[in-house]
Design a protein around this ligand. Structure first.
Ligand SMILES: C=C(O[C@@H]1C=C(C(=O)O)C=C[C@H]1O)C(=O)O
Ligand SMILES: [Mg+2]
Length: 466
């Protein structure tokens, strides 16, 4: 059976290579096959032996996980046009794809995974030196797990001058390595936390006080300000273990990891930016926060207080206003409930308003990402002024924190979440980030406490207390 499969792959590769040679240009070969159920964490861990450029994505709401190893194509853009330019380049690559994918399933084939930094321009500031401003990768090996099982896509950029036999040999070796089960994660104990350093907490609190003064005086209605906490461990952190623990502990969150130059941006975010499935569009307004109660009763009381709290409702309503306005531009049948409900996570609860619509023809997922990012849940209102304010006054460098991360396939499917509740991990060090929506009535001490709770999920999987 295995032999038949191998023979088919070889045959396809030979044909594609011949065509590439005749046209004297590279072709993107993409083959999707169903494989025996495969653990995504094992695939991610084994991926280390193939290529360190690894991507991980797990949906917050459905049985859907993507793991990408290596890159057949990498697209990296910067500046205001980065979303459209990425889209155009993906489109161009897909024109030269030779594809075998009998499953017609979202998230298989020439899927691109990655993200876009918070701002269109970035100067490789600490600790983000390894990260390009944006990066979308079509991985060489992609594992797609959903309710129906496991699917393995092999994407390979076949160039005319390469030797086919060498490609076949390496590809088969890598595929076998990736499908060999790794059990080291089951016994790993994780890192010991040696040092926690809050980055200029006093200055950060002062920045909140300054922002409230600005909000009262100026044209800004809301601005989100974040802070950083640095950790040092006794040894190198295992990203696979971190992902596994996040998935276990934060099951209503998107779990993600993106590698660049040995640094990993990892997190478990509850916040969807936008999902498109065929022409259906889903977004979410998530803003306004309180902690969880220690008893069911206390939890309910806290939730009810949040639903009725003016300051939090205002924080939330700015987000709804903006997302409604943006989505109405390129969709019809926009459905948004009148009032928010509660979105409960392990450590905190948020005000939540889901958004559903039908995307008009001619618009794509990245068009929506471009317009929505950053929503007032991460930037502020008005959008442009808030982003400028953040650049000038925030006590850290955002890099990819609070930015759109996700995936997009060759059909009309994809999803981007907002990369909060996240950390940048490199070897035995990590930077954790958390922010909060500042409105006129914000109190520095309360916002500080709010960010403390938001840091807990990442801290807990990195040896800290929950
Ligand atoms: C900015 C963050 O979270 C955002 C801010 C929230 C708030 O201030 O209430 C709630 C959810 C998120 O939209 C973060 O977690 O870093
Ligand atoms: Mg808040």
């Amino acid at each position: 059976m295995l032999q038949v499969k191998t023979f088919q792959t070889e045959d396809k590769l030979r044909n594609v290579h011949e065509e590439a040679r005749m046209n004297d240009e590279p072709l993107l070969m993409s083959i999707t096959e169903r494989i025996d159920p495969l653990d995504p964490f094992s695939f991610f861990e084994q991926g280390k032996q193939v290529d360190m450029h690894r991507h991980f994505w797990k949906s917050a709401e459905e049985d859907f996980t993507l793991v990408g190893i290596g890159s057949a194509v990498r697209i990296s853009k910067e500046g205001e046009g980065r979303f459209q330019e990425t889209e155009q380049e993906l489109f161009d690559w897909r024109k030269s794809v030779r594809q075998w994918n009998p499953y017609n399933k979202k998230g298989t084939g020439t899927v691109a995974l990655g993200g876009f930094g918070f701002r269109p321009e970035s100067g490789g500031e600490e600790p983000w030196q390894e990260f390009p401003n944006s990066s979308m990768t079509i991985p060489e090996f992609l594992l797609t797990n959903d309710a129906e099982g496991s699917f393995l896509t092999t994407n390979y950029l076949v160039s005319p001058e390469e030797d086919v036999e060498t490609i076949i040999c390496r590809m088969e070796e890598d595929k076998e390595r990736l499908q060999t089960s790794d059990s080291s994660g089951d016994t790993e104990t994780g890192v010991r936390l040696e040092k926690i350093e809050e980055v200029r907490p006093k200055e950060w609190k002062q920045s909140i006080a300054d922002a409230t003064a600005e909000l009262k005086a100026g044209t800004l209605s809301k601005v989100v300000l974040a802070r950083e906490v640095r950790l040092t461990f006794d040894s190198e952190a295992s990203i696979t273990k971190v992902l596994k623990d996040l998935s276990d502990m934060q099951n209503s969150s998107y779990v993600f990891a993106f590698e660049h130059g040995g640094s990993y941006f990892v997190g478990a975010t509850p916040e969807r930016l936008v999902k498109v499935e065929d022409d259906e569009l889903f977004s979410a307004c998530l803003a306004g926060t309180t902690k969880r109660g220690s008893s069911e009763e206390e939890d309910e009381t806290l939730g009810l207080a949040l639903l009725n709290d003016q300051k939090n409702r205002l924080e939330h309503d700015y987000v709804v206003q903006m997302i409604r306005g943006a989505v109405e531009n390129y969709s019809v049948n926009v459905e948004i409930p009148e009032a928010p409900s509660l979105y409960k996570l392990r450590n905190l609860q948020h005000l939540y308003t889901p958004v559903k619509a039908k995307l008009k023809e001619g618009y794509s997922l990245l068009d929506v990402v471009k317009d929505l990012h950053p929503t007032p849940a991460l930037g502020g209102l008005p959008q442009k002024e808030a982003v400028t304010y953040i650049s000038l006054h925030e006590v850290m460098n955002r890099g990819w924190y609070a930015s759109p991360v996700g995936w997009i396939d060759g059909g009309r499917n994809g999803e981007f979440a907002v990369a909060i509740r996240s950390a940048l991990i490199r070897g035995d060090k990590a930077s954790l980030f958390a922010g909060c929506g500042v409105v006129e009535d914000s109190k520095p001490e309360e916002e500080y406490e709010e960010t403390k709770v938001k840091l807990k999920p990442m801290l807990a999987v990195l040896g800290g207390e929950e």
